[in-house]
Ligand binder design. Structure first.
Ligand code: BES
Ligand code: ZN
Ligand code: ZN
Length: 505
């Protein structure tokens, strides 16, 4: 991101473009009042002669040289007045950013004075969400391009959002920026190639990003994990030349009872998943660099919480391994012993994520006794068969936790669909020769549910738990208004919102 966003009470002079808002049916907002009669007439005519432009959310029309003051006038639709909430304005922001980029606008003032909001949204929230949408849309991952995309003279450099609540919006956007930083970090981690992001380098990255914000970092290397009996996680990593690592991140935002964290986030961090000896097919195997998307969401969330100094004690734990085939790799048929003491028959080395999670789920519950545990993982292809790329699948043993997450999902636009936990899925994961097996008897049928059933064997009585399968949502192949294709950073926003609304003092 290369631009600066500011909030002002008045429209600054000398802007390349002025953006004004229109509601549905081309009902122009008061922003248009800044223009003279002749200019307004041109806009009205342009709007009425354009069949495509209806003032729906994200509709955009750009008019050149009609104003004596602004070389370009951008008319942007925000849809129904009653639906003007933060999320709608993020989408508007994303689309506006893209238009500004495509039309080579260097400085843009967006007039949202006298904007109508729905009853629950404050004006400053709309303004700050508009800015957040633009920032989220502006993400790009080009560090490995030796030729950087042309930074043209005209590239968008300055955005001024004009609102009567400029001061309040500035404060609010400071907080939102911390969340965007968390999302950016999660995206960066997922986009990073697997030759540079492997367990040990990932640990360093976590330290570099989080330590300066005051997050305590503890690392368990293979020696420590072996002593603790992390037999499941270590089995997955044993075929790789890269050493496996577990990282614990502690954010103590509340001074009292430091060691007590009410909430823990757990992430699958398979930096590359070849499938191991149960090797994956070659097509698109490169995408398996994103198999650490769950861990990226956890690290990104910790960055967001620390960045905005959330008044909460939260813990993150990520299990970082590379799943490789080699003469030292674990095999189908192996029986391994987890940190919880339960033995597991390995039937497919590609069902490795659940093995990694099993050990760190046990560790976090035994060490910190959190009330709530939420794990995120790109766990199964089956969740993509069920839900595609739009929704993640969420499994929870606690209706209240589900309600809280459902609310945060609505607040942030990260879509969650509740999936079932059932004794039958747990039972399906019992082995004839060990306590458990890592592949359900029904194979791919209900694969996301049996995977969750496997994890449930490692959840202690009394722990409120949610497992979030983000295999379909951690990586997108096409752009959305506020999410460029590639690593999405999915999960950071919901978790941050969940903490804000339910766990902060
Ligand atoms: N990392 C994969 C799941 C995945 C697939 C994530 C596609 C993102 C995109 C996981 O480790 C895996 O391979 N799961 C297997 C489990 C099966 C062997 C029981 C699967 O889903 O096929
Ligand atoms: Zn796998
Ligand atoms: Zn995997």
């Amino acid at each position: 991101m290369t631009f600066k966003i500011q909030f002002k009470n008045e429209i600054p002079k000398n802007q390349d473009a002025l953006a004004i808002i229109t509601y549905e049916n081309c009902d122009l907002s008061d922003g248009a009042k800044k223009l003279n009669q002749a200019e307004k007439k041109i806009i009205d005519r342009a709007l009425s002669s354009n069949n495509q432009f209806k003032g729906k959310s994200g509709d955009i029309l750009i008019l050149n040289n009609i104003s004596s003051v602004y070389p370009k006038i951008v008319v942007i639709g925000v849809g129904n007045k009653e639906e003007c909430d933060g999320l709608a304005f993020e989408t508007v922001g994303g689309k506006l950013w893209k238009a500004a980029k495509n039309f080579e606008i260097g400085s843009l003032a967006i007039d949202i004075l006298n904007i109508k909001t729905n009853s629950k949204t404050k004006k400053e929230e709309l303004a700050a969400h508009l800015a957040m949408g633009m920032t989220l849309a502006a993400y790009s991952f080009d560090k490995y391009k030796s030729k950087k995309p042309d930074h043209k003279e005209t590239e968008l450099k300055k955005i001024t959002i004009v609102t009567e609540k400029a001061k309040e919006a500035t404060t609010l956007f400071n907080t939102y920026s911390a969340i965007v930083d968390g999302v950016y970090l999660a995206r960066d981690l997922v986009n990073e190639p697997p030759n540079t992001l492997y367990p040990v380098s990932y640990v360093q990255r976590i330290k570099d990003e989080l330590k300066p914000l005051g997050v305590e970092i503890e690392v368990l290397d293979e020696k420590k994990m072996a002593k603790l009996g992390f037999g499941a996680l270590l089995a997955v990593g044993q075929g790789s030349a890269r050493e496996s690592q577990t990282v614990i991140m502690r954010w103590n935002g509340v001074a009292t009872s430091k060691s007590k964290a009410p909430i823990a986030f757990v992430g699958k961090g398979v930096t590359f998943d070849t499938g191991g000896i149960s090797l994956k097919p070659g097509a698109e195997m490169d995408l398996m660099k994103m198999d650490m998307g769950g861990s990226a969401a956890v690290v990104g969330t910790m960055k967001a919480l620390a960045g905005r100094k959330a008044k909460v004690n939260a813990i993150g734990i990520v299990g970082l391994v590379e799943n490789m085939p080699s003469s030292n790799a674990y095999r189908p048929g192996d029986i391994i012993t987890s940190h919880a003491g339960k033995t597991i028959e390995v039937l497919n080395t590609d069902a490795e994520g659940r093995l990694v999670l099993a050990d760190i789920l046990t560790y976090i519950q035994q060490t910190y006794k959190p009330k709530v545990v939420i794990d995120l993982a790109t766990l199964t292809g089956a969740i993509m068969v069920a839900l595609g790329f739009e929704y993640c699948g969420a499994f929870s043993n606690d209706d209240n936790l589900w309600k809280q997450v459902e609310k945060s999902s609505a607040n942030t636009g990260e879509k969650f669909w509740r999936m079932p936990l059932d004794e039958a899925y747990k039972k399906e994961m019992e082995s004839e020769v060990a306590d458990l097996k890592n592949l359900g008897s029904l194979g791919r049928y209900g694969g996301a549910c049996s995977a969750a059933g496997f994890l449930q064997h490692f959840i202690e009585d009394g722990t409120q738990w949610m497992h979030i399968d983000i295999a379909g949502t951690a990586w997108w192949k096409s752009d959305k208004p506020t999410t460029p294709k590639g690593g999405t950073g999915f999960g950071v926003r919901v978790l941050d919102d969940l903490v804000k609304n339910n766990f902060e003092k």
